[in-house]
Write a protein that binds this ligand. Sequence first.
Ligand code: CIR
Length: 255
Amino acid sequence: MSQSFTHALCRRPGPDLAGGITTSDLGKPDFALACDQFDKYVATLRECGLEVTVLDALESFPDAHFVEDTAVVTSDVAVITRPGAASRLGEQDSISKAMAAHLPLAHIEFPGTLDGGDVLMIGTHFLIGISDRTNDDGARQLGAILESHGNTWQAVPVAAGLHFKSSVNIVGPNTLLVTEVFSGREELAGYERIIVPPDEAYAGNTLLINGRLIMPAGYPQTRKMLETLSLPITELDTSEFRRMDGGLTCLSLRF
Ligand code: CIR
């Protein structure tokens, strides 16, 4: 199964988390509640059998707990990204140090930009979203690194949402959970697709880890559809991260 992991790397949110980038009009996040939601997230990853390393909050980087954007990790290599938002450039340095303990490193270099939230790993095939954060050069650099380790890749335009994985995620060996905007994309035609109802689009950001689905709490229609996969499901409240355009995949690197 493609989503089998032993480790995760996370970072605690800092008291300045409301200073991060957001397009949502959901109001400012509550720090104490965000910490509580983060702790439950880490506990759930541990219940999935992962050894979880939790880094301290990173001063001056209010989005740094969204670690997913700072690396793309495969079984062979950790590709340290060059985040596409100016205020996040620099977050990757401490992730690079932490990942060096686990895997050989490669790096996305200028003028490439790439956020890990745009990269979906499906076994040895990678879909790389071209978005406001990930440019063609960044995608090509990542693609070349992945190919050198025997993987394949394909670029996909991100026509809606912040990142590709805001809208498309793997929920079974050949099954994707997709929002309506992406449901007809030819790059996804070879997969079974479960289409998230438009009023539950945020639930498209669901995580499959070691045979368990972790989905955001409060999306009953999506839950019903996911139940057809006969996998255990855990719902987690991510309300405070949603206020900052983040969700379940963003809060960890899994490998
Ligand atoms: C940002 O705009 O960069 C953060 N506020 C949210 C990042 C979410 N990351 C992700 O979806 N992978």
